[in-house]
Design a protein around this ligand. Sequence first.
Ligand code: NAD
Length: 428
Amino acid sequence: MPTTAYNPFENAQAQFDNVAEYLKLDEGMRELLRQPMVEMHFAIPVKMDDGSTKVFRAFRFRHNDARGPAKGGIRFHPHETADTVRALSMWMTWKCAVVDIPLGGGKGGVICDPHNLSRSEQERLCRGYVRQLYKQMGPNSDVPAPDVMTNAQHMLWMMDEYETIAGGRYPGMITGKPVGMGGSLGRTEATGFGVIFVLKDLLRCLDIPIESTSASLQGFGNVAEYTARMFTELGGKVIAVSCWNQSDKTAYTFKKADGCDIPQLVEIKDSFGSIDKEKALALGYEVLPGDAWLSQDVDILIPAALENQITPAVFPNISEKVKILCEAANGPTTPDCDELIKNRGIMLLPDFLTNAGGVTCSYFEQVQCNMNYFWDKTEVLEKLEYSMTKAFRAVYELSKEKNLYMRDAAYIIAINRVADAVRLRGWA
Ligand code: NAD
């Protein structure tokens, strides 16, 4: 997997620099917006079950909070780096701005592999994270959420630790909590469903019936699962999904040419989004190499796992049939691939617009927590579809009007909104 050759922060900065030039932002504004405003690097000592102490390196960065409290997930990943967190915090700023929610951008991470941690070790790690950051977090300053390999239980442990230290109830300090404990109905589905709200509207604009389309996905975790569920419920066909296999330490692609049965695949995956290879074989799936998802003859490619997956090196493997690249993951495409995508005439749905459903629903969760009044799922999903479709339409219309690449159109809208907030505050 080409994850290490590219630096996501350099990618994020390159994307920003292009648009800053187009918008003729002045030097001070560029300097402010091309890096996080606050970076916290810290160590979390955790008592392991065998009595030893293990120290985990961790990060929390705030890219920009001119439009509201910083918002962004916390990842648990053995290859987490400061530059990945920097890039992700920056993309969160643009993401909140493009869907026009009053939040800024933040991100966190811990270098760890939760596959190798017991439940109680994970709990102590979550509590340790909050103990280190307590003074910098809170509903009005920085609000974390789940991301890769973190889930609702992790968020609840973090909230409990925060409330224990603060001596009160602050459910708005974190989102992605379990329903009934301050979580919002629809949050689990929100990112994946949001991907489909955007894709569905693009297909409508292009006059392509979703029932006639096929897709191939990378990933089968939270985002990919709900993307695939709604896509197939609306009549689309998922031909292949790829995911990581922890015991073989490699990725596989699971393929069914006449369409994967998504609920069936969900039955045989673990909580980390890994599909059981033997069970899949028994159910008649072809098991192919991990990168085979990219070379399928489908209409839509949906990277929904990791960053830096679509590079010039692998781009020629993409089938000529592909019409849409729907970026569900953060940063799945390297900037040097954008020209190739444009030249092939592939329609791009850029990541920070396409996967903004999660943060939009997180915002709804915070609003409900602050009101202490919770909406039913239909209301949440209706509001989500409204916000996602409105954001998509604005980007699509700007791209048509000015003949812009969709990523550039999304950046122009987002960066303009953040730059306006920075100017109004008198920061630059
Ligand atoms: P997850 O941990 O639930 O799932 C990750 C998936 O990627 C798993 O199925 C895993 O097997 C797969 N994977 C890992 N390495 C792989 C490899 N080398 N090849 C193929 N598959 C591989 O994570 P998630 O929450 O679904 O997040 C996926 C992406 O979406 C990330 O880029 C994340 O930052 C982004 N995202 C997530 C949310 C959210 O609400 N969860 C919101 C916005 C963006």
